[in-house]
Design a protein around this ligand. Structure first.
Ligand SMILES: Cc1cc2nc3c(=O)[nH]c(=O)nc-3n(C[C@H](O)[C@H](O)[C@H](O)COP(=O)(O)OP(=O)(O)OC[C@H]3O[C@@H](n4cnc5c(N)ncnc54)[C@H](O)[C@@H]3O)c2cc1C
Length: 391
């Protein structure tokens, strides 16, 4: 189906919405993105873009290398004494593939300017209150009651998606009894380009350099009973973070001493959406990214899956005869893979949090495995990283 001149309205100017907007506009569609925020800006935080996501950015003609730091390795360390448990030497084991550390704001800037360059219109301060699928065409209704009626509506509106709610209702997520703190610190260039995972009973911390080593990203996870809200906006006292990791090595404590602003995020499990699309008499709607399959962050795949979805959806729309055929093909392609990744992230949730004899045994096994077959741990995830949705 030719997309030339096809009007498309996308809800949400996040990773999924902006990548899809550029992908569709490059194929000739007339794309409008509606975003609730008053500016295209992101909370300060890092993202790891793995080869499967980097492939999509490359196919969209966007220079990821210009805004990212190439990861040399991932290291698992004992949180208490900083000894190395396992090193995955990405540059040596997979020289043909690239893992990247990127500031979210830089990725959003790259995607937004890429979308605008391709002719996309981004309308800010447009919060969609609800989506109505009861008529001939999908309608997005703003908080002020303005109705946007469109032949093709795409929900890229993230975790609390109005589009997903219109398709399948609201399903209460399940609190995993884990929280994640996120913080950025100033740093001196010269630190290795390594993602370090420092592990302790009931908690771990992931850290890597950003922006040429001038910043350091911290994601710290702790198991706890008390419920915490899921979202980007809840601040916490840096002291709580320091206390949670006070038994960790001087390296970790040194980072946490410098934390001035920290955000807390309750980690919830959401089911992957059962319905990803609706076909109406004169229109259609689909969802992608976190709107379709929010994931726990343990495999760092949320944004990578959003990029893959964007490519797959644009390609399906461009290469099938009708919206109905395209959207069925899109869900058939994407639902099994994203469900498998979400499940793998769920299963990894407590792998870094072992205690007692299990912890010593697991660390010994990892040390031995790393010495004997250093590529094995990475090979387990080849199905994620080697996947090329653009092929
Ligand atoms: C602690 C943590 C660490 C993470 N680390 C990584 C990582 O290293 N690598 C990785 O790949 N992923 C990571 N993720 C996941 C990643 O951040 C998300 O999966 C990704 O941002 C999803 O993109 P999206 O475009 O679907 O949603 P979002 O980025 O949430 O974008 C949704 C957009 O829609 C807008 N919007 C929402 N509702 C409305 C509305 N009603 N009307 C109008 N606009 C609306 C929002 O303002 C936003 O701009 C992490 C997540 C967490 C919590």
């Amino acid at each position: 189906m030719s997309l030339i001149g096809q009007p498309v309205t996308i809800l949400g100017a996040g990773v999924a919405g902006l990548a899809l907007a550029r992908a569709l506009a490059l194929r000739g569609a007339s794309v409008t993105v509606l975003e609730q925020a008053d500016a295209i800006r992101e909370v300060g935080a890092g993202l790891q873009i793995s080869p499967n996501g980097a492939t999509v950015l490359r196919a969209l003609g966007l220079p990821l290398d210009r805004i990212s730091t190439r990861a040399a390795a991932v290291e698992l360390r004992d949180g208490f004494d900083n000894s190395r448990v396992l090193r995955l030497d990405l540059a040596r084991l997979r020289p043909d593939m690239g893992w990247h550390f990127v500031h979210r704001a830089d990725l959003i800037d790259l995607l937004a300017s890429g979308a605008r360059d391709a002719g996309v219109v981004i309308r800010l301060l447009t919060k969609i209150d609800r989506v109505d699928l009861g008529g001939d065409r999908p309608r997005a209704i703003t908080a002020q009651g303005v109705e946007i009626d469109t032949p093709l509506l795409i929900g890229a509106d993230g975790l609390h998606s109005a589009a997903r709610a219109a398709l399948s209702g609201v399903v209460a997520p399940f609190f995993t009894h884990q929280v994640a703190w996120r913080a950025l610190l100033p740093s001196l260039p010269g630190e290795p380009n390594v993602a370090e995972v420092h592990m302790g009973p009931g908690r771990h911390i992931v850290s890597y350099p950003l922006r040429g080593g001038t910043l350091r990203n911290i994601v710290a996870v702790e198991e706890r009973r008390r419920w915490v809200e899921e979202g980007w906006t809840l601040r916490d006292d840096p002291l709580d973070l320091r206390l949670a990791f006070e038994a960790f090595s001087p390296r970790v404590r040194g980072w946490l001493e410098q934390v001035q602003d920290v955000w807390l995020w309750g980690l919830f499990r959401h089911p992957v959406a059962k319905r990803w699309h609706a076909i109406l008499p004169k229109g259609a709607m689909a969802i992608l990214g976190d709107a379709a399959h929010p994931t726990l962050p343990f495999l760092a795949q949320g944004a990578n899956m959003a990029l893959e979805d964007a490519w797959a959806l644009a390609q399906a729309l461009a290469t099938t005869d009708s919206h109905a055929a395209a959207l069925v093909a899109y869900q058939t392609l994407r639902a099994p893979r994203t469900a498998r990744i979400v499940e793998a992230a769920n299963a990894s949730a407590r792998a870094y949090h072992l205690s007692g004899p299990t912890r010593s045994l697991a660390h010994t096994a990892l040390r031995l495995g790393g010495a004997v077959a250093p590529g094995l741990a990475l090979k387990r995830y080849d199905w994620i990283y080697r996947h090329d949705v653009t092929a």
